[in-house]
Design a protein around this ligand. Sequence first.
Ligand SMILES: Nc1ncnc2c1ncn2[C@@H]1O[C@H](COP(=O)(O)OP(=O)(O)OP(=O)(O)O)[C@@H](O)[C@H]1O
Ligand SMILES: [Mg+2]
Length: 514
Amino acid sequence: MLTKTFGAAVQGIDATLITIEVNSSRGCMFSIVGLPDSAVKESYQRILSALQVNGYKLPTTSIVVNMAPADIRKEGSAYDLPLAIGILMATELIHTDRADRYLVMGELSLDGTLQPIKGALPMAIRARELGFEGIIVPRQNAREAAVVNQLLVYGAENLSQVVRFFTQESSTLEPTVVDTRAEFYARQNLFDTDFADVKGQENVKRAVEVAAAGGHNIILVGAPGSGKSMLAKRIPSILPPLSLGESLETTKIHSVAGKLPAGSGLITKRPFRDPHHTISSVAMTGGGSFPQPGEISLSHNGVLFLDELPEFSRSVLEVLRQPLEDRKISISRVRSNVEYPAGFMLVASMNPCPCGYYNHPTKACVCTPAQVQRYLHRISGPLLDRIDLQIEVVPVPFEKISDARAGESSETIRRRVMQARAIQAKRYESYKGIYCNAQMNSKLLALYARPGAKGLALLKHAMQRLNLSARAYDRILKVSRTIADLEGSEQLQSHHLAEAIGYRNLDREDWASR
Ligand SMILES: Nc1ncnc2c1ncn2[C@@H]1O[C@H](COP(=O)(O)OP(=O)(O)OP(=O)(O)O)[C@@H](O)[C@H]1O
Ligand SMILES: [Mg+2]
């Protein structure tokens, strides 16, 4: 008998329908065609065991499985469940006319228990688009799939529950229902850290606010314990809240990477990712033999924090350059390319020198100027070029740390950030793919960030006096634009430029000789 069940393959962060045909006929062999990888081929052994443990005895027949379309590689063990159902139907151990109304995915243990899968959310999205009545996934993935409303989502514990669902009217499986909008608005912006916890550091907080307001990348340079990590962690709380669309997109990426905790639904806060500096290039960008989103995609719509930037391997830092421009990453594979979104705000931190105390107010630095220079040069110029703000973080004195008064709250700062972002959204309305000042190209800079005669004179003087390198020039203009937007000023004024010049600490050619 020939039967059909439906599953899905994930490509990038979207799912494609996979039709699984199973035919059983006389003979005694098993074959599977349609570009399955070895994990899919091995599934037969798992399925046999799961069926046996659950009391199904397969008759001696030949079973041929075809997975279509044939040009998409079928990877991993998540096809176990639709294969098992197909085999049970083809061998007439079960009878149902409902299997073609559901998309079914899940990995089987030898005893028939279902194991969680990756990509349940994009699969559910595709199931709804294609007009399926519902989707059946392992219980751990049910809430994630139920983010898709107007689709019946069933989370199953094991194979026999799924069999009963298809063969008996009175099934014990209950659909998982999530009111996505209500959940989104109820859980939006619940951060457990706040800028109010950071004492003093007014100038750094201001720089961080400017960075958030214009979507600029920023590097914090300071001694150990000066509060760099503390500041970085709080940046998502001053960025504009995620829109529902961004929230869905972010959740999809984490779903595909298998990084959503079991039972969790929508991601409602901007992500903050802080990979360790020993990370490999593949883990950073994504890819690998089972392609997966990397850290740059997991931080999409949020913050990628690279603590101790010079400690990262050069190759890892190099691969960041392209996605920093394109806000996505393409990974080539033997048969196809996959693409993952990678639009993140880069926040980096570093010590000013190997010992960490260069320029420290109280501790003496033991490094020679040459060592300080060499340390800085571990970050390549082209990467530094993509970081608009460079700010020194000087530890706050004890009196300020012990000050009981709370600083300004994240909510207050965020309100200003959102106002400045609204101005930018309007300005770049007609420019596709551009929505904040950090993305301005030279044409837009000439249009919207032109200093007046006074500002130009100031800029020229500062560049000469501080020995600023030429590449600092455009960055200063971009950041000035954001500072002016925070003030609601259409014109770039001298004090906007002066403040932006102050955010180029590392550019100064005399950085290591002060
Ligand atoms: N401005 C501040 N207000 C309140 N607490 C602070 C401040 N600066 C530092 N701290 C305290 O010092 C601790 C160390 O700060 P943090 O870990 O952010 O420093 P760091 O610059 O990242 O250091 P390292 O270079 O060692 O990673 C914080 O957890 C916090 O308790
Ligand atoms: Mg730190």
